[in-house]
Design a protein around this ligand. Sequence first.
Ligand code: GAL
Length: 352
Amino acid sequence: MKIEKVDFGTTKEGTPVDLYVLTNSHGVVAKITNYGGIVTSLILPDKNGKMEDVVLGFDSLSGYLQDDVPYFGAIIGRYGNRIAGGKFSLDGQEYTLAQNNGPNTLHGGLKGFDKRVWQAEEMRSEDGVGVKMHYLSPDGEEGYPGNLSVDVVYTLTDNNELIIEYSATTDKPTVVNLTNHSYFNFTGNTKRDILDHKVMIKADKFVPVDEDLIPTGQLQDVKGTPMDFTNAARVGQSINADHEQIKLGRGYDHTWVLGEPGQMKLAATVYEPATGRYMETHTTEPGVQFYTGNFLNGQMVGKGGVTYDYRYGLCLETQHLPDSPNQPQFPSVALRPGETYSAKTVYKFAVK
Ligand code: GAL
């Protein structure tokens, strides 16, 4: 296993950025930059041993510096997904956040963790090779209270796993919900949309949303709806169904409820029949956002000149439920001084 650090250019402000190339002994490669903690490439074999990239992104930093990049591969924070009205109250204090999605706050605000330069450090352990990212989010950044000290450790193992471990501490009460926004496409080098991928999500309930994709506050049974992935199903099977939640989501763009936070469990599997590539997602998080790239529209030209069209990638963003700061019935996302936020997600790859 090895780690190579290469120059990845400079931001518009002139800050140098690196790319960490992690390689395991099976030749699996994960490339991760300290700009946004972005996983830029993940190169995996298909059932015939053909090595191809299975995530969406760009060949160079300039791609990621464009306006309106839809968070390809990035670390999302301080709060993954939406906070209604860009406001929440905590311990009797109301906070107003940067609104960047209509009236709501999405994925941390105008300049979330996906657009920050992180301090990075190479890591080697018995488990694998990795990179530890650190970011200190100052008190008041994007409206969030407290200096938040965040660590994210990526590890590539010899079992073909990409492990992501998140931790954070604060000096004032705040809210935290970190995730990674990789768009997977297991056809390899993004040959077509993800509608033939077969997905299983181990959840009996999902979080219904309104027209702004804000949770209604209820949980709904998946049974008898197009949201039922308890048995692996082709993504395309019901993605255009005449169903209220499918219409509001423009496809799948919902959180499935996995259970209590803190316990490691299988959340989802993905299988691509043409290549045999298979992924398991395990997590300690209470939810997973299954998003089918419904906002991709052919505007972004990515790696190798491929145009990222409608539904060309799928995300399994392990996280707390959206808008939890305003939904007291959802598991708490509050973090107070003296406490440590921690979460772990394992993406495990194989062929079948
Ligand atoms: C997803 C979110 C979508 C969309 C996307 C970025 O995480 O659920 O609604 O905002 O990010 O384009």
